[in-house]
Design a protein around this ligand. Structure first.
Ligand code: ASP
Ligand code: MG
Length: 419
């Protein structure tokens, strides 16, 4: 069993959906689980629906627009598939019904319910197209397999339930090749409440399926030919990392290399399942292979820039020292607001963090101000360089103000600001 994942960019239109079929034709004899994200920018559009619903604004134009786009694509890639068309129309109908009922719970609950439709629609379309071109497959609701806790918008997987769920809900595998089309990003609580795994979480879903099914590999099909030592859109002379260890890839994705979602690698590492990152535009290109082996780890400098950072300093009002007790309180507040700390540093009386500049982060700062003196710098960028050397650091920090510098043996990190 191989697990394939196709992201939103790869299925953004009818051409993208057809291309999924082209890729699968090369794997005609394999058992496949195909994990698909919402089409193009659908998740962003659905987020707007959530905010409008919560504000009591009219959502019908937005939903009609999404319905038109999806039904048009379905009509192009699977003309005459009345069953799929009905399935799609029904899903829009249930969304409209949900949006017509009064708001009675918190935003994160509705967020997951509404945003999950993106993946449902896209998989109905992809599955219909594959059937239409002779790649017979079964559409699977990922929520029957991926059980999570109720931490909406970044739910935690209940790993111990996966095996049981698979035996209950997966079709029998006696006759191959088996092909399953399912959603990334979404899960479900034991009470039947839809959850999501965090933005860009479909890679993680692919890893969860691979873990549950002891798959031989996971392939993430992308519009770039693999993982690079830096973002090729941002820097000249980048190099493809052909082989990476899980550890190295975890570090890179954790620090913000956006090619794979940071949570993807742990479940694969636990079972030793290799991950391939390959281009759906160039099936002959080798791509990147991520596995246990560390001997190929390319030790050239890899660098990642996270823009739009806030550098926040938090000081107890009475200038008492930063001790475990304050830190415990501060961390709790970050966790409660779901604000991730990208870098931290402390002095005697101040605790300093770099965080993404989001509305949630701004709210947290206001909350912290009730107890602490809080100062911040906005418009910063966080630069992480793995396997750094001095010339590279010189080039990357040139002409910028260094607000924080941290170095360990293999990683140098900076909070920088334009001068
Ligand atoms: N559709 C979701 C998102 O855009 C999940 C994903 O694409 O991986 O965040
Ligand atoms: Mg996406």
């Amino acid at each position: 069993m191989k697990v394939f994942k196709f992201g939103g960019a790869s299925v953004k239109d009818a051409g993208g959906v057809r291309n999924v079929a082209e890729v699968l034709k090369h794997y005609a004899l394999d058992d496949l689980v195909v994990v698909v994200s919402a089409m193009g920018k659908t998740t962003n559009a659905l987020e707007e629906v959530v905010w409008a619903y919560m504000d009591g604004r009219d959502t019908s134009v937005m939903v009609t627009d999404l319905e038109q786009r999806h039904t048009e694509i379905l009509a192009e890639v699977a003309p005459g598939d009345g069953v799929a068309r009905t399935a799609l129309v029904d899903r829009f109908h249930t969304l409209r019904n949900a949006l017509a009922s009064p708001v009675g719970r918190d935003v994160d609950h509705y967020y997951d319910h509404i945003v999950a439709y993106g993946e449902i629609w896209s998989t109905v379309i992809v599955s219909a197209h594959l059937n239409n071109v002779g790649i017979t497959n079964t559409w699977l609701d990922a929520r029957t397999i991926i059980t999570t806790d109720d931490r909406h918008r970044s739910a935690n997987v209940k790993w111990e339930m996966l095996a049981h769920n698979c035996s209950e809900h997966l079709p029998a595998f006696e006759q191959g090749p088996v092909r399953i089309v399912t959603q990334g990003f979404i899960g479900c609580t034991e009470d039947g409440d839809t959850t999501t795994l965090g933005r860009e979480g479909s890679d993680f879903s692919a890893a969860i399926f691979a873990y549950a099914l002891d798959a031989e590999s996971v392939t993430i099909w992308k519009d770039v030919p693999g993982m690079f030592n830096a973002d090729p859109h941002r820097f000249p002379d980048t190099r493809l990392l052909e082989h990476l260890s899980y550890k190295e890839a975890i570090e890179l994705s954790y620090f913000g290399a956006s090619v794979i979602h940071p949570r993807t690698l742990q479940p694969l590492q636990r079972k030793g399942i290799p991950l391939y990152v390959r281009s759906f535009l160039d099936l002959d290109a080798p791509g990147s292979t991520i596995s246990e082996a560390t001997d190929h780890d390319t030790l050239i400098p890899s660098y990642i820039v996270k823009p739009d950072q806030l550098l926040v300093s938090i000081t107890p009002r009475d200038l008492s020292f930063i001790v475990e007790e304050n830190l415990g309180d501060i961390f709790k507040r970050f966790a409660r607001r779901n604000v991730r700390i990208d870098l931290m540093q402390n002095s005697a009386v101040a605790f300093t963090v770099a965080i993404d500049d989001t509305p949630r982060a701004r709210q947290l700062i206001e909350e912290l101000r009730e107890e602490y003196e809080v100062l911040y710098n906005e418009g910063c960028e966080l630069l992480t360089v793995r396997h750094f050397d001095e010339p590279t650091l010189g080039v990357l920090t040139a002409g910028k103000q260094v607000l924080v510098e941290q170095r360990s043996r293999v990683t140098a990190r900076y909070v920088l600001k334009a001068m």
